[in-house]
Design a protein around this ligand. Structure first.
Ligand code: CP
Length: 310
């Protein structure tokens, strides 16, 4: 891989290689007191977050450190971005300062692609850590890693992605990766929270959560992204929670083996109840744990391996 910007054109063998590496890294580090490998010693990874994050930023930092890379964190607030420096100039500055890899989160869809274009003539690779409502490829990879672990594989599995699909880069990344890995995806959402053009995605669409739950192997609940809804949203929060929230009663509709995922941060009581979020079939903390190994694997394939652009 040259960059990791999207799952839309990520080849099945590349995705599988990353997931296999993540499994191998997890097995290697399991039970070790010192979780540090020398693989990326001498490499510099810079995280550049223009939007809030807990899981993605921290797990990329831990992933880099566990691989012995030097990791530098830049936030928009504490950098010269606050003085009006452009994204392009910031990226070129970080590359010139020695970044082998820039991990970027940005509110604008397409920002990571622009960055990769500006850095094309440098040796610096770019990882998209979430751009607007567009893509969040490492989230989809860690979700796939968690589903493989819990279900034994993805081919032929049916996954429901539920809620605010309109604003969700997690949904977009998962739709394409899950389809590439042979799973079937059903989007379950009110018509107002589905994006235009969804009929061209490799999915089926439903508005009835109760009808879908008995036939799925996994259900991925999405956060309602109020910060991206500038005129309020329909249905109301209460109506949404009644129609699309996952509580105890709905949990009982799922097959015994089915897994509950949520990318976080969760709005407990809105899209998911506390009882469900903390239930044994919820894999939410496993998702976070797998996120570190998946991001280690991504850094490995970008900085230590060789291959095609994804
Ligand atoms: N899932 C996810 O991207 O979480 P953060 O916003 O905390 O990084």
């Amino acid at each position: 891989m040259r960059h990791l910007l999207t799952t839309e054109n990520l080849a099945a063998d590349t995705a599988t290689a990353v997931l296999d590496t993540a499994d191998e890294l997890k097995r290697t580090l399991l039970g070790r007191e010192v979780r540090k490998l020398p693989t990326l010693r001498g490499r510099t990874v810079i995280t550049m977050f223009y939007e809030n994050s807990t899981r993605t930023r921290v797990s990329f930092e831990i992933a880099g450190k566990w691989m012995s890379a030097d990791v530098v964190n830049v936030s928009a607030g504490g950098s010269s971005v606050g003085k009006g420096e452009s994204l392009r100039d910031t990226a070129l500055t970080l590359s010139a300062a020695g970044a082998d890899c820039v991990i970027v989160r940005h509110p604008a869809s397409g920002a990571a692609h622009r960055l990769a274009g500006w850095l094309a003539d440098t040796g610096t690779c770019v990882v998209n850590a979430g751009d607007g409502t567009h893509q969040h490829p490492t989230q989809a990879l860690l979700d796939a890693a968690t589903l493989r672990e819990r279900l034994g594989g993805l081919a032929g599995r049916r996954v429901a992605i539920v809620g605010d699909v309109l604003h969700s880069r997690v949904a977009r990344s998962n739709v394409y990766l899950l389809a590439t890995l042979g799973a079937e995806v059903v989007l379950v959402a009110p018509p107002t929270l589905l994006p235009p053009g969804v009929e061209h995605w490799p999915v089926t669409v439903s508005h009835e959560l109760d009808a879908e739950l008995p036939a799925v192997d996994a259900v991925m609940m999405l956060r309602v992204q109020a910060e991206r809804m500038h005129g309020g949203f329909f249905p109301s929060a209460r109506e949404y929670s009644i129609a699309y929230g996952l509580g105890e009663a709905r949990l009982r509709l799922l097959p015994e083996h089915a897994v509950v995922l949520h990318p976080g941060p969760m709005l407990r009581g809105m899209e998911i109840s506390s009882v469900v979020a903390d239930a044994p079939r919820a894999a939410i903390t496993e998702q976070v744990r797998n996120g570190v190994h998946v991001r280690m694997a991504v850094l490995y394939h970008l900085l230590a391996g060789e291959g095609e652009q994804a």
